[in-house]
Write a protein that binds this ligand. Sequence first.
Ligand code: HMH
Length: 232
Amino acid sequence: MDVTPKPGVPYRGMTDTWLKKHTLIYTGATRHPFILAIRDGTVDISAFKRWLSQDYIFVRAFVPFVASLVVKAWKKSDDSHGDVEVILSGLAALNDEIDWFKKQASKWGVDLSVVAPQKPTQDYCRFLENLTSPEVDYTVGMTAYWAIEAVYQESFAHCLGEGSKTPPELEEVCQRWGNDGFGNYCSALRSIADRRLLKATDDEVSKAEVTFLRVLEYEVEFWNMSRGIPGY
Ligand code: HMH
């Protein structure tokens, strides 16, 4: 694909190119039937509880991954852009998020201490753990971080958008990721990824693209599991 900047045409970055190229799978992850069911008010409460308890496991595994990005950002001698602060604020938000999950679990009568990870959760957590390795390039890691957050932001924002019939008791959940502040945070992550991708080697760019696609696949599997597709 020709991504050579053209005079007069603003360069929107590699992530823009990928979102256009992989629209179908991106839409599959952000407009999944599980999300559409929340939005139209037909979501099965047992599916919602399954999502809640599995996502708690995911978020716990997300912490070391984000922490590894703090380390990688810090090691880059060119950190004049404040990447460390951006990522660190994400890590701080995860601290609140873990408390938030505990509160939600008690509200919904879910006992988090007995929840076992299902296969898609295990697979996704292992993927995160692999990305935590020092061998994985900062650019690739940041691409994954942006994609992971962006899927939740777009999905839950859709549940709050015009014409949505999201049940009032789920609004707070959708607000957690669907709010504009989180949207801005995702834009900040995206800018970091785009800035890095601009300077990356072809090999790093293709690794980052594959990682982006894998995130989308894991997200779809996670929604499938939450929805309770037979076999999970
Ligand atoms: C599965 N993807 C999954 N869980 C989350 N909490 C996020 C993304 C966003 O943090």
